[in-house]
Design a protein around this ligand. Structure first.
Ligand code: SF4
Length: 235
């Protein structure tokens, strides 16, 4: 999976989950209309060249009520769209983006049902699997992504098996700042040889308004992250 040669657009810092390592759910931000206006009047693409693919990230992108409109505007310009979501959303919201997204990356914090609510602070494993079954049934193209750390290293075969149970790819990513033992890093990199698995090393920290579970460095280098809030300053 090619994560580079792309723009990344942070649509909102808000999130509907309350994962332990993150306080974005509490950001209280109200997303403005600057981005939509700049897409409508064409100034968005006069400032930022058109890349082949754009990553849409949050927080949780569905927390911005203009998501489907933004995606439609981007799609009309011929971009491919990859949406990064925690997967906890309603069927009508999934359907609202069905014809515009080319790929959905679902955050997989654990594959152990009893740990899911503990990890996300809110949603249940049942909610999560309902969403996945809906995506599968309606043929929305999704993959999983998982941040790898010392804590879940030994569970990677379970993550792989879970992705296989849905027949979808798995993206593993880990931070260069974690200072993993060289043998452990070698172990992660062995998954590069496994069909359907990609592995990324994150070199830099994500801005504090972006979901910390995303593969940071892979987005940032060499292209910058665009923020919805950036466009509001021109209003
Ligand atoms: S880590 Fe990501 S999914 Fe979890 S609460 Fe933060 S923004 Fe949401």
């Amino acid at each position: 999976m090619d994560l580079l040669s792309q723009w990344t657009l942070e649509l909102t810092p808000k999130c509907n989950l309350k994962c332990g390592m993150c306080s974005l759910w509490d950001s209280g931000r109200v997303d403005g209309q600057g981005l939509l206006v700049s897409l409508h009047d064409g100034t968005f693409f006069s400032q930022f060249s058109k890349k082949r693919l754009i990553n849409i990230v949050g927080g949780e992108p569905f927390e911005n009520p203009d998501l489907s409109v933004v995606l439609t505007e981007l799609k009309e310009q011929g971009l491919k769209i990859r949406l990064w979501s925690n997967g906890i959303t309603q069927p009508d919201q999934w359907m609202s983006i069905k014809n515009t997204v080319d790929g959905i990356m679902i955050y997989l914090p654990t594959v152990f049902p009893e740990d899911y609510q503990l990890s996300t602070g809110f949603a249940t494993w049942g909610d999560f699997e309902d969403s996945l079954r809906f995506l599968k049934k309606h043929r929305l193209p999704f993959s999983f992504h998982t941040p790898v750390s010392q804590a879940n290293l030994s569970d990677l075969p379970d993550f792989y098996d879970y992705a296989q149970s849905y027949g979808v790819p798995l993206c593993l990513h880990y931070s260069a700042r974690e200072a993993l033992h060289p043998e452990h890093e070698k172990y992660i990199l062995r998954f590069l040889r496994v069909k359907g698995v990609s592995v990324y090393k994150k070199k830099t920290a994500m801005p504090p308004t972006v979901c910390p579970a995303l593969p940071h460095g892979a987005f940032e280098d060499p292209y910058q992250i665009l923020k919805n809030a950036f466009f509001d300053q021109f209003k």
